[in-house]
Design a protein around this ligand. Structure first.
Ligand code: HEM
Length: 134
């Protein structure tokens, strides 16, 4: 159980960084689709499904590795909720362009939350480096 917690603590910020990188990729893919690249929208939809899985991984690893850090768990829960809502606005939620546009807007909230989650736990990587330097 202790080992699982340790693994979760390392995977957690890595997963959050992956969310940030994937949102950048999503913006690129949707822009590529707007500029007429065939297949780019499909790629955007496929990558979008993966983003939600990684967002849920961020929450799962927060619960397993950082349960005592209520702020970290809260931010991770917010990322999961906003992430699922964000994807739902693309098609399932709402019936007007003004509401569907929340899909694009909330992508900014997703990237800010994920960046904050990763930044709060950057010590996971920095501490071993500092110790190695002595
Ligand atoms: C966190 C970043 C993003 C994720 C995870 C994401 C994910 C997705 C997913 C999963 C779909 C397919 C939805 C479905 O078929 O039910 C989709 C469609 C779409 N997304 Fe995104 N997206 C992101 C960012 C953006 C941004 C920034 C824009 C534009 C500013 C955008 C515009 C669109 C459009 C136009 C569609 C097509 C909707 C349709 O088929 O009617 N997305 N996205």
């Amino acid at each position: 159980m202790k080992r699982l917690g340790g693994t979760a603590r390392v995977i957690h910020p890595l997963a959050a960084i992956a969310v940030v990188a994937l949102v950048f990729l999503q913006v690129y893919l949707i822009a590529e689709a707007i500029f007429g690249q065939p297949g780019a929208l499909n790629d955007h939809k496929t990558v979008g499904g993966l983003v939600v899985v990684v967002e849920l991984l961020v929450l799962a690893t927060a619960l397993l590795g950082w349960l005592r850090d209520r702020v970290q768990v809260g931010l991770s829960a917010a990322l999961a909720v906003v992430g699922v809502l964000q994807v739902s606005f693309a098609q399932n939620l709402g019936n007007s362009p003004a509401v569907h546009a929340l899909h694009g807007l909330l992508a900014l909230v997703v990237v800010l939350l994920a960046a904050q989650i990763a930044a709060r736990k950057r010590g996971v990587f920095l501490r071993p480096l500092a110790a190695a330097r002595g």
